[in-house]
Design a protein around this ligand. Structure first.
Ligand code: 5GP
Length: 187
């Protein structure tokens, strides 16, 4: 899972990461947020609140959370065999995933500086009051992630950040394999 406040560059890093590692399967979230100007049509499945609530009733989400007045949720993942699921989600959702899958890797991406983050947020077309809300929310998110054993990575330059994430993922895979092997020995 990759989490982190708005404006830290999660989207760019995640898309570079999946280009590099085709065994990562990126989940496409549902949201009740409207599409931003210039945002890709497939960035999310954009739905009404009614449709989102209907999917909640049908237990169709692996996790979901309300974030600044909108719902965001991960549909139950159906990755191809041999793939690892990659989620780009906020921290309350990550907390739900860790509750059912304590070995899931959580990476908290942070901006090199608050000025940097603010500049990025302003550059993507959100109205000013939303920018302010997202900046205020950022400190809250970082504090929560710190309580959750998140691996913190500063997004200085994209290639370097992608290297760091790939290394953390490799490490998690090695740990998982050795855990599976020791469980097999015990059986
Ligand atoms: P944005 O509106 O900037 O696209 O997303 C707002 C926040 O929601 C970001 O932190 C993003 O990572 C998070 N988010 C996106 N998809 C999901 C999801 O499926 N579940 C949860 N819990 N958060 C999500």
């Amino acid at each position: 899972m990759v989490s982190g406040p708005g404006g830290v560059g999660k989207g760019t890093v995640v898309s570079e990461l999946i280009k590099r590692d085709p065994t990562l399967w990126l989940s496409r979230s549902w949201t009740t947020r409207g599409r931003r100007p210039g945002e890709a049509e497939d960035a999310y499945v954009f739905v009404s609140r009614t449709d989102f609530e209907e999917r909640i009733r049908q237990n169709g989400f692996f996790e979901y959370a309300e974030f600044l007045g909108n719902f965001y949720g991960t549909p139950i993942p159906e990755p191809p065999a041999g793939s690892d699921v990659l989620l780009e989600i906020e921290v309350q959702g990550a907390q739900q995933v860790l509750a059912v899958n304590p070995d899931a890797l959580l990476i908290l991406l942070e901006a090199p500086s608050p000025e940097h983050q603010e500049q990025r947020l302003r550059g993507r077309g959100d109205p000013e009051h939303k920018v302010e809300q997202r900046l205020a929310k950022a400190a809250e998110e970082v504090a929560l992630a710190q309580q959750m054993r998140a691996h913190r990575v500063i997004n200085d330059t994209v290639p370097q950040t992608v290297d760091e994430l790939a290394a953390l993922i490799d490490e998690a895979r090695v740990l998982r394999t050795s855990k599976q092997q020791s469980q097999q020995v015990q059986q």
